[in-house]
Write a protein that binds this ligand. Structure first.
Ligand SMILES: [Zn+2]
Ligand SMILES: [Zn+2]
Length: 333
């Protein structure tokens, strides 16, 4: 699984693990399943890096009790220089789920920065059953399959290096709660929680990058007797009829007449604050791009694409003048 041969020395294992752990750490990799993958990697590392466990594995070629995997493990030196809490809560998770929401922010707000409202779905204890999930007047029973612990161990084998890991996971019978609800509460359907929407304010830094993720600690799902999860706000630029965003730059388009393109003109162009006066030089070509410095998002420019309108209908006088122009230009070349 770590992609290293059996006889690898400690440093090779450490390097391989470090690389994988960085790739799958849930703070960096938001793909579903990355957290489980990260945990598996950490477990494999726990076996491979401990000479005693390794020797035991090499001798028996079988699984290890899951309970003591992390007891003596010291990840500290491996992740020197990484933010605190890199491993916390991943193995002995007693915190609520993280929530991810997407927030569309208008370009002017991205330019200036400031507060934006975000609506977050959060769970809270069902008022009808007090959070037990059992219909009022009844109470949940202890799960027979796990004896109320909510956890059951399963064995997992990785073919790549033939390590068998005994993994402790949630009990399938009770879903990890340790309790069986025979008569579910009708208000919450036995979940014990009801969902409501909470409006929060988040601070948008000026010029925030497209798709940036703001992490707001403790604003995820609550966890009874534990810490709440975190809220991740994915910031996207709201669609704007006038501008398209390209990093810190903005793009817009204006249409001018054929005569203005030939002779040059001055036009007013919308920007995120007040309109700008732009000189269109004589001889401007279709799809020419003019740069208006400093009028993009912070650190960027506004690019103006020029479209040229060729007249479809001409008055008799205009037609005469265009014909005359043609004669002149034919004669001149
Ligand atoms: Zn309920
Ligand atoms: Zn159970």
């Amino acid at each position: 699984m770590l992609g290293v041969p059996k006889e690898s020395d400690a440093k090779a294992i450490r390097d391989a693990f470090r690389e994988l752990a960085l790739k799958y750490h849930p703070d960096r990799n938001r793909d579903p399943g990355s957290e489980d993958r990260f945990r598996e990697i950490a477990q494999a590392y726990a076996v491979l890096s401990d000479p005693q466990k390794r020797a035991e594995y090499d001798r028996k070629g079988s699984g290890f009790p899951a309970g003591d995997f992390f007891g003596k493990m010291d990840f500290g030196d491996l992740f020197e220089g990484f933010p605190g809490g890199f491993f916390e809560g991943l193995f002995h998770r007693n915190r609520g789920e993280d929530i991810e929401v997407t927030l569309e922010v208008p370009l002017w707000r991205i330019a200036k920065g400031g507060k934006e409202k975000v609506v977050v779905p959060v769970d809270s204890a069902c008022p009808d059953c007090g959070g037990s999930g059992a219909a009022p007047g009844t109470s949940p029973k202890t799960c027979q399959a796990c004896g109320g612990t909510g956890r059951k161990s399963t064995r997992k084998k990785w073919s790549e290096n033939e390590i068998v890991i005994e993994q402790v996971g949630p009990c399938p019978d009770c879903g990890g709660t340790g309790r069986i609800i025979e008569k579910p509460c009708p208000a919450c359907g036995g979940k014990g929680r009801v969902r409501r929407e909470e409006t929060l304010e988040v601070s948008i830094p000026p010029g925030i990058g497209e798709g940036s993720i703001l992490r707001i600690q403790g604003k995820g799902m609550p966890y009874p007797g534990g810490a709440p999860g975190d809220l991740y706000v994915v910031v996207k630029s709201a669609k704007d009829p006038r501008f398209e965003r390209d990093g810190a730059d903005l793009w817009c388009a204006e249409t001018i007449s054929l005569i203005d393109a030939v002779l040059g003109t001055k036009i007013r162009v919308p920007t995120l604050d007040r309109p700008a006066e732009v000189d269109i030089p004589p001889g401007t070509q279709p799809d020419a791009v003019l740069r208006i410095r400093g009028k993009g998002l912070p650190g960027g420019d506004l690019y103006l694409r020029i479209r040229i309108l060729v007249p479809e209908k001409l008055s008799g006088m205009e037609r005469d003048l265009y014909r005359k122009l043609r004669e002149i230009s034919a004669g001149g070349s």
